[in-house]
Design a protein around this ligand. Structure first.
Ligand code: ZN
Length: 171
């Protein structure tokens, strides 16, 4: 999501303090949640679809793992929605209200890549500055949704890049 979603990095930190932590290296989705993302990606085609992911973090032998508890649909408010996404800021605020007082936090977000593989684009890297969030990308074509892949930001300055997050689909 872009800075337009939350105003500024400072504002983001105020609204989403947990986002300052590194994103989990593993992420678990239910099959129904994965299907919800794929269906929304297909519905948005040929535009990019997008939404938010809430969940909890659990310590595992392999490290911190995120488990998604909610997949939230959000309007893509980017002016160039065919190859950009910008999550409706109202969806952020509604989700944060819903998460208040729960053990869940904002774990990340998802968007689709119409007619492109589910790997982060140069644009994605340019607009990514929140290291605490997992990015799920869903490939989609006119024939329907394709693969899901998960990513997190790592490195700083010239070394800034996305690295894969292990995505597990359960139940
Ligand atoms: Zn992208």
């Amino acid at each position: 999501m872009t800075a337009a979603g939350a105003g500024s990095a400072g504002e983001w930190e105020r609204l989403f303090p947990a986002a300052a932590r590194p994103a989990p290296a593993l992420l678990t989705l239910t099959a129904a949640q994965a299907d919800a993302i794929r269906s929304a990606a297909a519905a948005a085609y040929p535009h990019e679809g997008c939404g938010l992911l809430a969940g909890v973090e659990e310590e595992e032998e392999e490290g911190v793992a995120g488990r998604v508890t909610r997949v939230v649909a959000a309007a893509n408010v980017a002016p160039r929605a065919h190859d950009r996404f910008e999550i409706d800021p109202r969806a952020h605020l509604d989700l944060m209200k819903a998460l208040r007082g729960t053990a869940e936090r904002l774990l990340g977000h998802w968007h689709s890549h119409p007619d492109h593989p589910p790997t982060p684009s140069a644009t994605d890297l340019a607009q990514a500055w929140e290291p605490g969030l997992v990015w799920i990308i869903c490939a989609v074509t006119a024939a329907g949704p394709g693969d899901l892949a998960a990513w997190r930001l790592t490195g700083e300055g010239d070394e800034r890049r996305f690295e894969p997050v292990v995505l597990r689909i359960d139940g």
